[in-house]
Ligand binder design. Sequence first.
Ligand code: SAM
Length: 349
Amino acid sequence: MTASRPVPAALGSRDDPHAQARAARTGPLLLHSLTFFRDVFVTLFAARRITTVVEVGVESGAVTAMYADLGATDVFAVDPSPTVDLQERYEGDERLHLVSRHSPAALDDLPVADLYVIDGDHNYAVVRREVDWVLRHAPDALIVLHDVLWPCGRRDQYYAPSTVPEGERHPSSEEGATVWHDDLTPAGFVGLGAFTAALTAGGERNGVLTAVEDALEDAAGTWTLRIVPAVFGLGVVVREGAPGAQEILRGVEPFASSTMLATLENNRLALYTRVLEMQYEAGRHADDADAMAEALVERTRRIEDLDRELARTRRELDEARAPRPEPEPRPPKELARAAVRRLRRAVSR
Ligand SMILES: C[S@@+](CC[C@H](N)C(=O)[O-])C[C@H]1O[C@@H](n2cnc3c(N)ncnc32)[C@H](O)[C@@H]1O
């Protein structure tokens, strides 16, 4: 048999059968960065000229340099709390600019970009304002949004402390979503203090995808949204007539229409949320075991105290029961001398 395509080096060979396993274990346990969409971005950069990029939501900055490597001359990375080593990553690369502020407020002060990558605060209020802003001020720009599918597509998530006005926020919880049932759970995708999740999913003004749909619905012009169903969902939004629009949609189509990608994503979510559940259960069992061990130590101490008390009581009881020695009878001579002494005392009075 002749293979129609050679096996990629990362998948190994007869001489290096562990290459794929090595590649698997060097990746993060949960893929969540936009870096994993590099193939899609290569297609987008090939389809239209992109020199200025605004990246909203940077975190470790793992992805910022990718835009520069693909051809952008200026990448504005907007994040109110970037990780500490981020500045170091950007140092020495004059194409990368860190903007330590919140979006959408920061957008007004930045140059109009060819590409907006939105991956900041994953909720309706913020994403709606961001998309509205781009549609109004940069209608030719291409918009890419992360987290348009489960869990944030139809359920708000709020970074803490939230900048979203109370009236625009759904009641939310520290608990997280799971694919195993519809309610939040402490055994789900929890924010561990970084973010909270809306108590209920769906309905109006809830979730990233709902925000994008509503913004496109209310905007002037004809916009197309395509979704790549992998790694929490990547939305690509382009206006009919914008530069490279047809090429962009053609390039994205194989990814967006892939049932295989969608199936793999669901499988990944099911596996990962099962792992989260098992981790949580293991944590609870460990807590129970700790509590039992503490109770055992306490009871052992109490038993030792009682043992000591019992021994003392037994000793006292034995002493109380022991026969008292009779007073020794006085010898008769001694008695006679005492009688003489008493008699003398009586006579001398
Ligand atoms: C999921 S991470 C971004 C990951 C990054 N895009 C990647 O693919 O590696 C979300 C980031 O958004 C930031 N963030 C939260 N609210 C924001 C806002 N209003 N504007 C900009 N960034 C925000 C958070 O600090 C966090 O670093």
